[in-house]
Design a protein around this ligand. Structure first.
Ligand SMILES: [Zn+2]
Length: 153
């Protein structure tokens, strides 16, 4: 009887350990290493060349990977839309750059669904431009990164 209880508790602990091991909350951004779920409103992802889904802390890390030689074969990229907080394919949103909205990596390329909403957002948050996913190149990413405040000494 007692040994059965011990065994049952042991099983529970093992199951718990397995759950923690598989818990997506411990997943880290492949690009920068931060916990992906630390900032759920910015999560982005794609399907890599071997068919695995990968998640990133934000749209900037996802694009940086996607535009690198390593990520060039990736597909089905998605982002978390700013207003609805829904996961959307990158082709269905526009990205506002230069605004005062800060994401996990600093200045964000804020994903917004619809041209009118993106234009309004740009006015409200002092953005400098609206880009489609195709227009987000490594050069754009570098420019966005360059506008980040200098890290503290
Ligand atoms: Zn990241």
């Amino acid at each position: 009887m007692n040994s059965n209880v011990v065994r049952f508790v042991g099983l529970l602990i093992c199951a718990g350990a397995l759950l923690v091991g598989c818990n997506p909350k411990s997943e880290r951004c492949r690009k920068c290493g931060m916990l992906v779920d630390e900032a759920p409103r910015w999560i982005a992802g794609l399907t890599n060349s071997s068919g695995h889904q990968e998640r990133f802390c934000c749209e900037r890390c996802m694009f940086a990977h996607w535009r690198s030689p390593e990520g060039a074969q990736a597909r089905d990229a998605w982002v978390t839309e700013y207003y609805t907080q829904q996961r959307m394919p990158v082709g269905e949103v526009l990205f506002v750059m230069g605004s005062d909205v800060i994401g996990p990596m600093g200045k964000a390329l804020v994903p917004i669904a619809g041209r009118a909403a993106a234009e309004q957002f740009m006015k409200d948050h002092h953005g400098s431009g609206i880009l489609s996913a195709d227009e987000i190149t490594l050069e754009v990413l570098r420019e966005v990164a360059g506008r980040m405040p200098a890290p503290p000494e």
